[in-house]
Design a protein. Sequence first.
Lengths: 307, 278
Amino acid sequence: MRKTALRRVHEMAREDPRIVFLGSDLGPGTLDAMKDELPERFFMEGVAESNLVGMAAGLALEGFIPYVNTIATFLTRRCFDQIVVDACLHRARLRLIGNGGGLVYAPLGPTHQAIEDLAILRALPHMTILAPCDADEMARLMPQTVDHSGPIYIRLAKGHDPIVSDPDLDCVIGRGITRRRGDDALVVTTGITLRPALEAAERLATRGVEIEIVHLPTVKPLDVDAVLEAAARLRWVVTVEEHSVVGGLGSAVAEVLAESDLPCRLRRLGIPDVFPTRYGSQRALMDDFGLSADGIEQAVLALRAAR
Amino acid sequence: MPRPDSTTERPTTPLDARSKTLRRAVVRTLAAGGRGHLGAAFSLVEMLRVLYDDVLQVDAARPDWPQRDRLLLSKGHGCLALYVLLAERGFFDATELERFCHHDGLLGGHPEVHIPGVEASTGSLGHGLSLGLGMALAARLQGAAWRTFVVLGDGESNEGSVWEAALSAGKHRLESLTVLVDVNGLQSYGPTDEVQPMAPLAAKWRAFGFAVDEVDGHDVDALRHRLGRLPFAAGRPSLLLCHTVKGKGIAECEHAPSWHHRSRLAPDVVERLLAALD
């Protein structure tokens, strides 16, 4: 997914002289092709994220469209004040591409796990937050990021994630995708949690339970209409996110449902309010937190049993 | 051992009529808003005055003129001096000064990008140099001739992001970028030499790749002379250490931490300050 995103930046920069790329201290060879072809619009500024975002904002205020890339934790936490003031307050057209959203860097421990990025960025006016489910969905969103108003955070998954997006469904910034129709419960996903939700749907179908899946590649602005339309029909709602349950997708959906006066029951699957203490793979940690087909299946069944 | 940029010796430069007029306008604006950073504005007056009078290519009738020079007041809390100069030059109506910090006023306690003549919202310290660096890079990419000026405080220079930006500015050899540091020797809590010593500032900035000069920041002629020969060196960003006095111009405010920020000024205090500037 990262390679797809950065390759698209290069391709778009070739066509659009406003596009520049800024990295911190990325892996050797990152975007060499762009560095060779467009060296004046390729910047690698070292381990200094506050300056990276600030200088990108300066470029944006002068009409350039900077795509900034580094590890998601450092790109969101280390320079949060620059994101608030330089990017959001100025509505600067920065595109922040965060590597390893969620639990991707499981073996590297909590310093590298971006499990609160959606929460802290969701609180910022003018911010748009994208969390595509796979490289194809990323590729469909990238061209839309160029002229979009204000700053955008693009949360990248691990890479080589199975392709589960459907090319026949429109993928538009700010709009949810109804990926599956069902009558028995609503499952709302973002990022790579679409994959286990689809698997859970197949399993539940064999038990006679048909879930509807609304996938939200845009976490902010939330597609309120898509959530409410489905919640009004289905009543039982499960949100699934590779993120803390504090402040992310589940919180956003909860806020909308709470003020809708719909008689819904909601369960949020995510990382509880803890720092992960185990290592291993991203998949292993996701399994620990129930962010799996099994976890989603159990949550749906438990919620329905509670009626 | 003497230090060339020690903050213990303060300039005693006399102020001319224009400098006193500008300071009286600052006092009246502060009184209208009932609050403000007087000390930080007073140390800046001559720096900003010379920039607007003699250096910056700007046009109040066209605040967004693409070829204008960019000025970023990174130490945004010094904005009273900036507002007085922008009003004087007609960027906005001078009556806005009377509504400083009012509920429906144009001007708040820190500069905002929606104010004509203000390039960026500042006030959270340590942001301006990175923004200015990005702007200077933009000018280079566009092949444009306009220049970028960033005004920092010495207390502000405690922020690590200032030095991150300095590293990048040195690396990119941005000769269209000029930094002025208001070395007034005092931050909110007390003397910078005690809170977080920044000396030797000139050696630090040189080590980061800047061409450095120093000046009495209240000496209008000296400021004109220095800023008239930019860049200080080919292929390097320029940096001018402006040695100033916080609260300069009113004896009771000079180098006095209690005058960093004031609110609820009594009318008789305002009269006393204005009288001291006669």
